[in-house]
Design a protein around this ligand. Structure first.
Ligand SMILES: Cc1cc2nc3c(=O)[nH]c(=O)nc-3n(C[C@H](O)[C@H](O)[C@H](O)COP(=O)(O)OP(=O)(O)OC[C@H]3O[C@@H](n4cnc5c(N)ncnc54)[C@H](O)[C@@H]3O)c2cc1C
Length: 551
């Protein structure tokens, strides 16, 4: 079966063609977390590190490096692997190249609230995860380029990950900024600072107009480190565990199977879908489920449970003045030239310039812990209309619904079963409804009206059995078209000692197995109040120190 596995991205000579028999550390997956771990662990010249990535080299693919071409990534074969949820077929792409999902994501740099990290620390009973301990790790990896924010106590300027603060350059962006303020949102100049609530300019993982994926930030500068081997187009099918000790990994590479051993530790960073899949294929997972598939059980753990993902139903609006200038050929040509020579202009960003956060309940308002995140996109998704249309995406930041991931079969190349249970908890739909009402009001503000924002673009024929604009109507609307914010997490959850729902201890060690950790988005016990790339990078920074300090 593995002979069919696609390997079409570049497999350049700087990558390993034949792995050594043994390394000190083996990292599975070169995504947001794995790239950081590879960099930090190989800083010590006395240890050897192998990084194994299922996808290929990310360099030389303009759709990855050029922020304005992100949506065109859909047309590039093999930079992503697309999974589908059940029972509703929502598309879940995951990056499959160096940089993983950070090579295909929308580059919003949102860390989450300090309350999110304090919640992790309270839950795991481990202060390493509280905000006071997390903040230095966020700052460590960050290379903030905004001169004002760079001076702030909340930001770092000397790290690897380029972060830029967007400008409200177009009349559309400045109208959105003003529109939220018309609704009473305060202007917040840094949602990654003291508080998240309010409206402000987006921060993005872009440096000098180029996507700062974790591959570009953490791997490209160290490709020549002699103690770091990187295998691309190499697929790990399981961890070899003997006497509850992780000894090595089985890797499929160029149609051959290799068993590579580790002297110290194996770290799974294959993401929230594939880290639990690899664990289950290795015999670590829910006993009954593994037995049904005939997989010998090594440790009975709730792997794949606790799946959390943010979900939304968005509203799209027509607009008279184009949100994104349309691309007649001359303009397109100039835009490409401008980008080629200066890395500026329309192609240097994805056009998401403004973000807003709000709380609904009085308690959350007092705490400043946002319950809804608004992402404003200057195009319409349902029709991919790039002009005269904009989208308001409101999503509940900390959904209460929980789903799960299970194996479909023993075949490592089979997609797992993904059941997100979107809107199973009523409160998630209620918050989406609150968000949609704010989107409606936003479209009616003086600032948006002056641009000619008019009727809805995506309401159409849907839910016609209900009176338009009634709560029943919106309830039906929300449930009939849920879409992912692309933030699956929690499927290898860390927990407190004795926690029956945990897969990992609070230092990210797989419970009951020696020399095996997980470090990626799957370890989060609860979603953060925003996007997940920054928090995943922070997790990898912490994990690197746990490993170096042998804690
Ligand atoms: C379309 C999209 C838009 C997003 N937008 C944003 C955004 O704007 N801001 C934000 O903060 N977050 C965003 N995210 C989410 C964010 O990018 C992810 O949460 C984050 O990248 C997850 O990091 P990770 O290390 O857990 O996994 P990944 O980055 O997905 O890395 C996993 C890696 O492991 C590799 N792998 C998997 N299985 C194997 C195997 N068996 N053998 C070898 N290698 C394997 C994969 O190929 C991949 O490279 C977005 C995600 C997507 C998909």
């Amino acid at each position: 079966r593995y002979l069919d596995y696609p390997a079409s991205l570049n497999n350049g000579s700087q990558f390993v063609q034949r792995p050594k028999e043994t390394y000190d550390y083996i990292i599975v997956g070169a995504g947001s977390a794995g790239s950081v771990l590879a960099n930090r662990l190989s800083e010590d010249a006395h240890v050897t590190v192998l990084l194994v990535e299922a996808g290929g080299d990310d360099s030389g693919i303009p759709e990855i490096s050029t922020p304005g071409l992100t949506l065109a990534l859909d047309t590039i074969p093999d930079v992503a692997r697309t999974f589908y949820t059940e029972p509703m077929k929502t598309k879940w792409p995951r990056g499959r190249a160096l940089g993983g999902s950070s090579s295909i994501n929308y580059m919003n740099y949102v860390r989450g609230s300090k309350h999110d990290f304090d919640r992790w620390a309270n839950y795991t009973k481990d202060p390493s995860w509280d905000y006071a301990h997390a903040l230095p790790y966020f700052k460590k990896s960050e290379k903030m380029t905004d001169p004002e924010l760079k001076q702030s106590e909340f930001h770092g300027g000397d790290g690897q990950l380029g972060v830029t603060k967007m400008e409200a350059r177009s009349s559309f962006s400045s109208s959105i900024l003003a529109g939220f303020q018309d609704l009473g949102f305060i202007y917040n100049q840094d949602y990654n600072g003291r508080t998240m609530n309010g409206v402000g300019k987006a921060q993005t993982t872009i440096e000098n107009g180029i996507r700062s994926s974790t591959a570009r930030a953490f791997l490209h500068p160290i490709l020549n480190r002699p103690n770091l081997d990187i295998m691309v187009n190499a697929f790990v099918q399981k961890v070899v565990i003997k006497d509850k000790h992780a000894e090595g990994v089985e890797v499929i590479f160029q149609n051959k199977k290799y068993v590579v051993k580790s002297n110290k530790e194996i770290i799974l960073s294959a993401g929230a879908i594939q880290s639990p899949q690899i664990l289950m294929l290795s015999g670590v997972g829910p006993k009954k489920h593994l037995e049904e598939l005939g997989i010998p059980v090594v440790v009975d753990l709730p792997v794949g449970q606790n799946l959390q993902d943010q979900v939304y139903s968005a509203l799209e609006f027509h607009i008279k003045d184009a949100a994104v200038p349309s691309f007649p050929s001359l303009r397109q040509w100039l835009s490409h030239l401008q980008y080629k020579f200066f890395h500026t202009g329309q192609l240097s960003s994805l056009g998401i310039d403004i973000m807003a956060f709000t709380s609904v309940s009085e308690e959350m308002k007092q705490m400043g812990w946002p319950e809804i995140h608004f992402i404003i996109v200057p195009i319409c998704f349902t029709s991919m209309e790039v002009s005269n249309c904009w989208t308001c995406v409101p999503y509940s930041t900390r959904p209460a619904s929980r789903g799960y991931i299970q194996l479909k079969s023993k075949d490592p190349f089979d997609d797992p079963v993904i059941v997100p249970n979107y809107f199973h908890q009523k409160v998630d739909a209620e918050l989406n409804y609150e968000g949609l009402k704010i989107c409606q009001k936003l479209s009616q503000t003086k600032s948006l009206k002056s641009l000619g924002t008019s009727s809805y673009h995506n309401v159409g024929d849907i839910c016609k059995q209900y009176q338009f604009d009634s709560q029943e109507f919106w309830n039906c609307f929300i449930r009939s078209r849920p879409d992912t914010v692309f933030h699956p997490t929690g499927t290898c959850k860390m927990g407190f000692s004795g926690d029956p729902s945990a897969v990992l201890d609070s230092k990210l060690r797989v419970i009951g197995i020696k020399a095996l950790r997980v470090a990626d988005a799957s370890v989060m016990p609860f979603l953060v109040s925003g996007n997940t790339n920054a928090a995943t990078i922070m997790i990898a920074e912490q994990a690197s120190d746990f490993i170096k300090n042998q804690s």
